[in-house]
Design a protein around this ligand. Structure first.
Ligand code: GLV
Ligand code: MN
Ligand code: MN
Length: 412
């Protein structure tokens, strides 16, 4: 049986599939992703599932219930990563799902639903900017505009599909018909400090923040760092710096979070005034209205800065996912699972500011999530991401108990 130790060994094994020899990086439709899909597929088979790679490159598996062809409860998370990632974000949830399926295999003949697993291929959006491509394909919310997205090498998403051996014309095949998936459950590290602060291993997720991402460009005029006096300059980086500070201040005062994670100045010479700056913006809020209010404020500041400095301002929205609320009855299943595994009568409830595949699957089926404490203050999107074997063990028990509870409630 797959225990917590084996789950950690598997997370370590997948961490070695990386395009970065000095860290972990595994992006959508890359050779590294193909390698982890293969490993996860083998583990799914060993756990008794039938497996397939779906039309979007997600590794999928299925365990039939008491009769073939029943609607399924879907368990999942993702196998792609951010640059210089940790080894648990997404990956731990997939490994837990496989272990739960293995534990349920013996009693599958009594299950009132089939059990499916999705190892999603693009939650982070690292390669093409737009996140949740794998889970959007499964949810049936694929947008044909995605085909024109390009990576940093100018490869379009359509070309990347073909290079990976996928047929773009068949993308709709990734999505089950409505009613074929009756619930989605995802286990994930918390990526925040609250479980550690409360000295608790597990929490139930109430909702996930809506996120928007933008690519912003400020254009001024490049020129000689010595020759051009200040009153004649149109320095795009000085302007962008004002905008970046306003992003932090506006988000903070509205109780939202905002991050400029990437910024590039052109032409990039030490003695050249920056003529153009491109930067990213990731904006999240508990409500879409609060988040969108901050975005209006940021645009107003950017316009004012650009007018004053003689710069042009262009924006492209690369990602937009509304806030979603977890299904109340599935939250109860997770809560009951935590109670069974830990004895904690009133499990902690957390609102997630991190994005998850559940946001996309929400369009297809009701969902709920189990959060697992990650150490060092909940550090994530960082190589120091960590979990303990003891926490993984109770997470596995809780996730299994949640699925068994769901089966019992449907059988009753
Ligand atoms: C994914 O981890 C995100 O929240 O950006
Ligand atoms: Mn992540
Ligand atoms: Mn994640």
């Amino acid at each position: 049986m797959i225990d917590a130790r084996e789950i950690l060994v598997r997370c370590d094994a997948l961490a070695r599939e990386s395009s970065d020899p000095n860290g972990i990086e595994r992006v959508y439709l890359s050779p590294e992703l193909a390698a982890v899909n293969r490993r996860a597929g083998e583990w799914m088979k060993e756990a008794g599932l039938t497996t397939w790679l779906d039309a979007a490159g997600n590794q999928r598996g299925r365990l039939e219930g008491r009769e073939p062809g029943l609607p399924a409860v879907l368990l999942g998370s993702h196998l792609d990563t951010v640059p210089n990632a940790g080894r648990f974000d997404g990956i731990l949830g997939v490994m837990l799902a496989i272990a739960v399926a293995e534990r349920l295999r013996e009693s599958a003949a009594e299950l009132p639903f089939a059990l499916e697993i999705a190892a999603f291929a693009d939650e982070e959006g690292t390669r093409f900017g737009t996140a949740l491509l794998g889970s959007r394909a499964l949810a049936g919310t694929w947008d044909d505009a995605f085909w024109h997205l390009t990576d940093d090498n100018g490869t379009t998403l359509r070309e990347a599909f073909v290079e990976f051996g996928l047929d773009p014309e068949r993308i709709a095949d990734a999505s089950p018909k409505r009613g074929e998936i009756v619930a989605y459950l995802e286990a994930h590290i918390e990526q925040g400090p609250y479980l550690e602060e409360a000295d608790l291993p597990l929490a139930v997720v109430s909702s996930i923040a809506g996120a928007r991402r933008f690519a912003l460009t400020l254009t001024g005029e490049a020129g000689h760092a010595g020759g051009v006096p200040f009153h004649r300059r149109h320095d795009a980086l000085a302007g962008a710096s004002e905008v970046v500070l306003a992003v932090e201040q506006l988000a903070r005062s509205a109780g939202c979070v905002a991050t400029v994670g990437r910024l590039q100045a052109f032409p990039g010479g030490v003695n050249v005034i920056p003529g153009r700056v491109e930067f990213s913006l990731d904006l999240r809020g508990e409500t879409d209205a609060a988040r969108d209010g901050v975005w209006l404020g940021i645009q107003a500041v950017a316009s004012e800065v650009c007018d004053r400095r003689g710069l042009a301002f262009a924006v492209e929205e690369t990602h937009n996912a509304p806030a979603v609320v977890a299904d109340a009855s599935l939250q109860d299943s997770i809560r009951a699972g935590i109670r069974t595994a830990t004895g904690e009568q009133d499990p902690m409830v957390l609102f997630s500011k991190a994005g998850h595949d559940a946001m996309a699957v929400a369009e297809l089926a009701p969902w709920a999530m189990l959060f697992i404490r990650n150490g060092h203050g909940g550090i994530s999107h960082h190589p120091d991401e960590t979990v303990t074997e003891a926490d993984v063990a109770v997470a596995l028990d809780a996730f299994e108990a949640a699925v068994r509870g769901l089966a019992a409630s449907q059988t009753a």
